[in-house]
Design a protein around this ligand. Sequence first.
Ligand SMILES: Cc1cc2nc3c(=O)[nH]c(=O)nc-3n(C[C@H](O)[C@H](O)[C@H](O)COP(=O)(O)OP(=O)(O)OC[C@H]3O[C@@H](n4cnc5c(N)ncnc54)[C@H](O)[C@@H]3O)c2cc1C
Length: 405
Amino acid sequence: MSTRLYDLIIVGGGASGFFCAINYSERFLNSKVLILEASNKLLSKVRISGGGRCNVTNKCSDPKEFIKNYPRGEKELLGPLSRFGSNETVRWFEDHGIPIMAESDGRMFPVSNTSESIIECFLKLCKDHSIQISCSNRVIGFNRKENKWIVNCTQQDYFSRNLVICSGSDGRIWDCLEELGHTIISPVASLFTFNVSLKSLKELSGISVNSTICTVKNTNLRSEGPVLITHWGLSGPAILKLSAWGARILESMSYEFEICINWLGKDQRTITELIQEHFKTSGNKQLYNVPMNNIPSRLWKFLCQRAQINPEMSISNMSKDLIVDLAQTISNDIYNIAGKSTFKDEFVTAGGIHLKEINFKTFESKICPNLFLAGEVLDIDGITGGFNFQAAWTGAWIISQSIDS
Ligand SMILES: Cc1cc2nc3c(=O)[nH]c(=O)nc-3n(C[C@H](O)[C@H](O)[C@H](O)COP(=O)(O)OP(=O)(O)OC[C@H]3O[C@@H](n4cnc5c(N)ncnc54)[C@H](O)[C@@H]3O)c2cc1C
């Protein structure tokens, strides 16, 4: 590899690195662009993302709604997503030969249903634009002298007018960024599921309830939506949202806390009335035989037991007090959480470069001119559903349009 002066060097051969390199090269034909990748694999997270299908973005096309999915970066991403958001991403992929489809929950995937089509497309575009790629070549330092960047790598040094850091959540490059004056927000896990030791709950593995409200005791953390019972505890959108918004608080509690689930998402009085109404039309069956709407029968039986009511009792023997006890359990069901588990191997971390140090019109560092940063290296993270890739595409695209030739 030559030691000539590049127009653009990109640190990281992942999602944001490739997207930035390609868009810059499409803008400035014949520019000299180099991607430096520490590992011997390119786009490795894209390959395994979305269960091998790559959930590229989310159908939610209004940036004001879209930003609500970022526990960190919400305010900062409004402007950028208005310039290059979900609609623009879908159009970009379609213009480059990758039609995108939406699933009923809003997640969007390539119609091919495989992340390989995105990888092939990116690699072909790099070839078409003569973008150079150097693998197994970790960037270990960089500094700016006489209007150019000197980039020190394990294989050799390189020189560039502009430098883009797209190193994801790998913290080994943070020392270099700190030396330049950047502030690092320490990393913590975001997007994880909750471990529960209660065996009788785990036996209900596979059951999902749609309209719950979940709160974490002694905090303001609250989320609504489906809860899924797993063989290790609790998962599903309501739990993942709590884990993302509560990333720092839950870490400070060493992931040991109490969660309260309201299985019907209604107040206790309303649930009491709903149970009374329900029982009026249930004849004189045994309690376990008449699960309420939206509560699967195995969970209903379990909740009766948690309320210390014999599920075999006939409805006619259910006193007002017992109905209130049942409503209390359904609306305020508390579990001890002891630890966390990774959600579908999707490791997402909160933390990275402090957002106040980035100009979000260009994604340029406010501290070092001609230094740009995109993707997970920034203290931005989204919930599951395509929001993390969208943040990477958005930042990378804006950088590609901001850098001069
Ligand atoms: C299993 C899994 C599934 C996921 N699924 C989805 C999904 O479906 N939808 C979604 O929106 N998000 C998903 N995510 C999150 C998404 O993959 C990331 O948010 C996204 O890849 C971030 O892009 P990035 O460019 O910042 O980092 P990455 O794609 O991680 O790329 C960073 C690259 O930089 C390289 N690097 C690091 N340090 C150096 C260095 N010093 N020198 C040279 N190279 C370096 C790394 O080796 C890596 O290749 C998933 C994550 C995982 C782990």
